[in-house]
Design a protein around this ligand. Structure first.
Ligand SMILES: *[C@@H]1O[C@H](CO)[C@@H](O)[C@H](O)[C@H]1NC(C)=O
Length: 384
């Protein structure tokens, strides 16, 4: 795969050249001072970690996952093609980040980019467990894995070179869907939704702070999407009484919007605290409003080149969600590039491309900067 070649070239560069030369090499490649990226999250961002976890995790390691971009090879991505991180990597001219749990790879082979996301993962481990997935690493556990990697980078390449990589890297985070779904579908929390959402926000904030102490500076926080629109939620609601269904839809939607509001507030507060010398000096967060973007696409699919925003492209039965993607008798829709949903919950590559354009180029769905502007930021104090 291309990732090997690129990674090795970069590392050889790093070892023999001065830091200045490295940055020039990198800028000449993509025009962005982004030497690396790290990915944390759930099934929207998993690039194959769950292939390395034996039980009690959702899997995407069978056909037709991967049918579009990866020449039919199911990589473990919950998608027909590429996820957001892959599209960013293409623009940054960086390799596809390998799953962190592909532990047979040495640091050199892993290159600088690593993906920690795991389908079924949640902000709180108890949410995953309640939802039936005992083993996906939680947000906290993913950060711990990254901490080990960051220490290895520092040990292998020295603190100055390591800071070049860690400070200017882009960190992508997507959590919350499983927490909200678990709260409403697998009652395990005795606390009110308000207290539950506050505990999610508190944990999220703690972990962004922890990433900062491991030298993360350029961070994209992806909000939670409109879960009630997903084929899996529509299938659940079709089995309820009209009154129950209406209540479920409203409860989930309200919770998602409130959680997003808390994440937005966190982004603003960290950003207000980021002058050099302040507790979060040089930390720049961006909020990617997945809820707003997906809602806009769902309202006017034609404006985004889509025709089906209701059914899983891969699957069968009601909403394409009764028979899961890849199981016996599941089918793939006629034109996958016209669908929003690939399976009963995650998006097609076509949809990921639309989201990428909105968040990377800039739109009303990304605040306070586009991902492109974030990528261009030079972190003060990094020795170029
Ligand atoms: C599928 O849709 C895309 C995007 O509109 C179009 O370019 C392509 O030709 C279509 N493919 C088929 C097989 O209809």
């Amino acid at each position: 795969m291309a990732k090997g070649a690129m990674g090795v070239e970069f590392w050889i560069g790093l070892m023999v050249c001065s830091a200045l030369a490295v940055m020039q090499v990198n800028a000449a490649g993509s025009g962005f001072p982004v030497p690396s990226y790290y990915v944390f999250g759930d099934a929207y961002f998993d690039a194959g970690n769950n292939n390395f976890i034996r039980n009690a995790v959702p899997k995407a390691n069978y056909k037709p996952y991967g049918m579009t971009f990866f020449k039919g090879v199911p990589t473990g991505r919950f998608c027909n093609g590429r996820i957001f991180a892959d599209l960013l990597a293409a623009v940054m001219k960086l390799p596809l980040a390998p799953p962190s749990l592909s532990t047979t790879l040495t640091l050199d082979q892993k290159g600088v980019c690593v993906n920690y996301a795991s389908g079924g993962a949640a902000i709180l481990r108890s949410s995953s467990v309640a939802y039936g997935w005992k083993n996906p690493p939680s947000f906290d556990q993913q950060v711990t894995l990254f901490e080990t990697h960051a220490n290895t980078v520092i040990y292998e390449y020295g603190i100055d070179n390591a800071l070049l990589i860690l400070n200017d890297a882009i960190y992508q985070i997507s959590f919350g869907t499983i927490d909200v779904l678990a709260y409403f579908t697998q009652p395990h929390q005795i606390e009110s939704i308000q207290i539950f959402l506050e505990s999610l926000a508190t944990e999220y904030r703690r972990l962004v702070d922890r990433l900062y102490t491991i030298n993360a500076r350029k961070v994209v926080v992806f909000g939670v999407g409109p879960i009630q629109n997903s084929p899996v939620a529509k299938l659940m609601m079709s089995k309820m009484t009209p009154a129950e269904s209406k209540k479920f839809c409203k409860d989930v939607d309200t919770a998602v919007q409130q959680l997003n509001q808390k994440l937005r507030l966190m982004v603003t507060e960290f950003n207000n605290d980021n002058a050099v010398g302040q507790p979060h000096g040089s930390l720049q967060l961006v909020f990617a409003d997945v809820y707003g973007a997906v809602s806009a696409i769902t309202k006017k699919p034609g404006a985004y080149g889509l025709t089906d925003v209701t059914n899983a492209c891969c699957g069968a039965g009601k909403f394409g969600a009764e028979i899961p993607c890849g199981h016996r008798n599941s089918k793939v829709c006629k034109n996958v590039s016209k669908s929003l949903y690939w399976n009963d919950m995650q998006f097609t590559e076509a949809a990921n491309q639309i989201l990428f354009k909105l968040f990377f180029d800039g739109s009303s769905f990304v605040k306070p900067l586009s991902v492109k502007s974030l990528a261009k930021l030079l972190i003060p104090g990094v020795p170029y």
